[in-house]
Design a binder for this molecule. Structure first.
Ligand SMILES: [Mg+2]
Length: 116
């Protein structure tokens, strides 16, 4: 049995994520040069590295402007969507499958009295 919060999340993913992903694809195809999934995978990891670097600096005590975290988080999101489009991954389907598997494992852990 699936919980209400997960069912709401899945319904929202079904309703909105494919539209967002398709809109990104349209925008990318209209205004930018076509690039491979390998390019976007490297870009995604580069952007995730930039975000991690900000967290590292903050962790070490440096004051980092919040807008910089927002900017790098946006870069990660854009790179992920572009990667999925280049690789023809339907992120909506991938997320729903993964969330259901995670919930199954969480429920199994809970039934055994373990924390997931
Ligand atoms: Mg960046």
């Amino acid at each position: 049995m699936i919980n209400k919060e997960l069912e709401n999340l899945i319904q929202n993913l079904i309703n909105q994520l494919s539209t967002i992903q398709n809109n990104f694809d349209d925008y990318q195809n209209q205004y930018f040069e076509k690039k491979s999934s390998q390019f976007f995978c490297l870009e995604l990891n580069g952007e995730a590295g930039e975000l991690a670097n900000l967290e590292k600096k903050e962790w070490k005590g440096k004051n980092i402007e919040f807008a910089k975290f927002e900017d790098e988080a946006a870069d990660v999101f854009i790179a992920l969507i572009n990667y999925c489009n280049a690789k023809q991954i339907k992120l909506e389907d991938a997320l729903i499958n993964k969330l259901r598997r995670i919930e199954q494992i969480r429920l199994e852990s809970e039934a055994k009295g373990e924390k997931y």
